[in-house]
Design a protein around this ligand. Structure first.
Ligand code: NAI
Length: 464
């Protein structure tokens, strides 16, 4: 039994970052974690998938470009098991890094499963710990299957990203169900390792939350790489066997059957709110199952209990959770942090080419009847992109016609994940397209395409 100022349930990117910020502000903090520190992101999410995507990218580039680049190689052979083991080492290293950070900031790590009790208490095993100021719930989310159509995750033929990250070899064939970030990234990875991938998305296009032009370019790129992309497709039946799965899919008014060795479920995540003692403490959930929080303070329906990260609502992204961790710690310490702008959280899918965005899509601008102007610049007209043989994609900036405010920006490019931040900073500070243009962009860089798209939105593009 111990006493802390703040006890945080969950050591993922929301929880551990919140603990560090609390410690920086002079609060005593404890993180309760039942598995490895770093949560899904570090152990079975963002980090190991990026390691595998790097392997996938190198394999694709060597196979596609080596000869043209004047590099002699034999036939490219890939081994998923080797790449998987490297991705585990990278994840392990990151998790150890979080352990180090906890020690450095004198955050106590309590191992085990925490359950909330009234009076800002947390029970772990037989011990009950008390928080004098606040308890923060940061228990994250997990993958989910679609039991309604017989696609329960069985961890052998119907798997989730949790199992895909530990496979010793790439299957010959795989259907990926759901073409959000998870589905699109794994479709990319397994294709590079020789798997024949069928990507199935219920909505009319892949990456449905992105701008339609981004979805179109990625769809074409995926098809070129041999991925069978089925958008607007509904899995109506699944025959799950020990050696494979037969899916019955309705697409474009026709019914198709797809035989695969494995199905990878990437149709969304469920939040971890069960058996946490929420009801006993009076902490309420929203209609969609997230923990109900005040968007400014992140306090739940019970004073002294806060929620951050995936459990506190969308977008379910590590960087959104980390920012909530910082803000909640500052609020608990009596500060008044800058409110989080939930309309300015970047979205990135790290497949190849990468897809990144900020703000509104063009469809949303239309729905909101905004008076807007679009500026575009294709990567095929960018010198640096041509030099690297990475000419797929574009930068698209949607600006308000009257004031030049950046309403939204969309990038498909080999390094879109890095490029998007110029526009994130611009939107956060309410810069206009004129101010983007005023800043001199180094030549030759992919970022010049951003300046050119800004110019194009004003009818002054230079290089197309
Ligand atoms: P998601 O909700 O982003 O995408 C799931 C997709 O599956 C949707 O497009 C949905 O329309 C589709 N779908 C649902 N039911 C279906 C069905 N029966 N048949 C076919 N398609 C179906 O979920 P995802 O990709 O699993 O990611 C979960 C969360 O994790 C998201 O919030 C995502 O943003 C986040 N994440 C972010 C990453 C990143 O930032 N790069 C990487 C991985 C996950």
């Amino acid at each position: 039994m111990a006493q802390f100022d703040v006890i945080i349930l969950g050591g993922g990117p929301a929880g551990y970052v919140g603990a560090i910020r609390a410690a920086q502000l002079g609060l005593t903090a404890a993180v309760v974690e039942q598995e490895k520190l770093g949560g899904v992101c570090v152990n079975i999410g963002c980090i190991p998938t990026k390691a595998l995507l790097h392997s996938a990218w190198v394999a694709s580039i060597v196979a596609r470009d080596a000869k043209e680049l004047g590099i002699e190689t034999g036939p490219v052979k890939t081994d998923y098991g080797v790449a998987m083991k490297r991705s585990r080492r990278v994840a392990e290293q990151n998790s150890k890094g979080v352990e180090f950070l906890m020690k450095k900031h004198k955050v106590t790590v309590i191992r085990g499963r925490g359950v909330l009790q009234p009076g800002r208490k947390v029970k772990v095993g037989t011990d009950v710990h008390t928080a004098t100021k606040a308890v923060v719930i940061a228990t994250g989310s997990r993958v989910k299957g679609i039991p309604q159509i017989g696609l329960e995750i069985n961890k052998t033929t119907v798997i989730s990203s949790d199992e895909a990250l530990f496979l010793e070899q790439a299957p010959k064939t795989m259907a990926v169900i759901g073409a959000g970030a998870v589905g699109s990234e794994f479709a990319d990875i397994f294709t590079a390792f020789g798997t024949k991938v069928t990507l199935i998305e219920a909505l009319p296009r892949i990456l449905p939350i992105e701008d339609a032009e981004s979805s179109d370019v990625l769809s074409k790129s995926f098809r070129k790489r041999g991925i069978a992309v089925h958008a607007g497709a509904k899995v109506v039946k699944a025959d799950v066997r020990k050696d494979g799965v037969t899916l019955t899919v309705e697409v474009g008014g026709k019914t198709e059957t797809i035989e695969v060795e494995k199905v990878l479920m990437a149709a969304g995540r469920a939040v971890n709110t069960e058996d946490l003692g929420l009801e006993d403490c009076g902490v309420q959930l929203t209609d969609r199952g997230f923990i109900k929080v005040d968007p400014r303070t992140l306090q739940t329906t019970v004073p002294g209990y806060y929620a951050i990260g995936d459990v506190a609502g969308p977008p379910m992204l590590a960087h959104k959770g980390s920012r909530e961790g910082v803000n909640v710690a500052e609020t608990i310490a009596g500060q008044h942090p800058h409110p989080i702008r939930y309309d300015n959280v970047p979205s990135v899918t790290y497949c190849h080419p990468e897809v990144a965005s900020i703000g509104l899509t063009e469809e949303q601008c239309k729905e909101q009847k905004l008076d807007y102007q679009v500026g575009r610049f294709p990567l095929s007209a960018n010198g640096r992109a041509r030099a690297s043989n990475e000419t797929e994609g574009f930068v698209k900036i949607i600006r308000d016609k009257k004031y030049g405010e950046i309403l939204g920006a969309h990038i498909v490019a080999s390094h879109a994940s890095e490029m998007i931040h110029e526009l994130v900073v611009a939107r956060e500070n309410e810069y206009t397209v004129e101010e983007i243009d005023l800043a001199i962009h180094a030549h030759p860089t992919l970022s010049e395409a951003i300046a050119e798209a800004a110019l194009d939105s004003m009818g002054r593009v230079l290089n197309t």
